[in-house]
Design a protein around this ligand. Structure first.
Ligand code: SAH
Length: 258
């Protein structure tokens, strides 16, 4: 659109999901935006292979957030997006997984809208779905899970959260950011009546080359995390579907059912 001095062009902020890491799991829209964008503001969770898809000359700004290593505060990220857009720059704000699943995309969209900056949201494959596919854990299952919940397990607010009913028979609980609090999480769920032998899977670096899937009972979750030195990013899946599947038996059962 042509701009006039009285109506300066305002750029659009695209909140884009980069998926869990494997570039093949980007949406076509995300890939197209990424390859044409002039400015990409990205998290630490976005994989290097995906950043390598950006065009030569594009400006890449990392606003990586780690639990102990905040490079930029959320308000400063919001301000950066607004400032660039008001200066006429289209911005790709690239986030790991899906921008609206524990990605603070909601806050960024609000900040943009409040400043009169148009926002578009491009969904991504959340790590919960990428990890469950890669580890072959069906989050729902006709016989063992008809409810699935995504929860944030970081320290802040954990003790105030009410997880009663989110885990147990016929339910799957997927915990994001739960490594540091794995021991409290296991304790809390068992205190709420969950059986200590409830199956648990920890999926580290889902869909990336360094992916690991560790399994055990709920009571052993802290040891699983510490003993194997699990590092972020990792998800914890709790419920019957997290048990090791005997793929041969299941394949035969499926064949028989057809
Ligand atoms: N918006 C993201 C989640 C951001 S919160 C999404 O939709 O996936 C950050 C948490 O996501 C991490 O602490 C971890 O629990 C999880 N996570 C993100 N990428 C992951 C990956 N490749 N493997 C395992 N967990 C991942």
């Amino acid at each position: 659109m042509a701009s006039t001095p009285s109506e300066p062009r305002v750029g659009t902020v695209h909140l884009v999901g980069a998926g869990p890491g494997d570039p093949d799991l980007l949406t076509l829209r995300a890939a197209r935006l990424l390859m044409s964008a002039g400015l990409i503001v990205h998290d630490g969770l976005v994989s290097p292979e995906i950043l390598a898809m950006t065009r030569g000359g594009a400006r890449l700004v990392s606003v990586a957030k780690a639990r102990s290593n905040h490079t930029m505060k959320q308000e400063d990220i919001n301000a950066l997006l607004v400032r660039e857009a008001l200066a006429g720059q289209d911005v790709v704000r690239l986030k790991g997984g899906d921008p609206f699943i524990f990605g603070r995309g909601g806050e960024e969209a609000e900040a943009c809208r409040a400043a009169g900056v148009p926002v578009q949201v491009v969904p991504g494959i959340t790590s919960a779905l990428g990890a469950s596919a890669a580890a072959q854990i069906p989050l729902t299952h006709r016989t063992s899970a008809s409810i699935v919940s995504f929860v944030a397990g970081q320290c802040k607010g954990l003790s105030d959260q009410n997880w009663a009913g989110l885990a147990g028979k016929d339910r799957t609980l997927v915990i994001f950011m739960g490594l540091a609090t794995a021991a409290q999480i296991a304790e809390k769920l068992m205190a709420d009546g969950l059986a200590p032998e409830t199956p648990v899977a920890v999926i580290e670096n889902a869909t990336r080359s360094a992916m690991r899937v560790l399994r055990g009972p709920l009571a052993g979750l802290p040891d699983l995390v510490q003993g194997h030195r699990v590092r972020s990013p990792a998800l914890i899946v709790i419920g019957d579907v997290a048990a090791e599947q005997d793929t041969t038996v299941r394949a035969i059962a499926l064949e028989a059912a057809q």
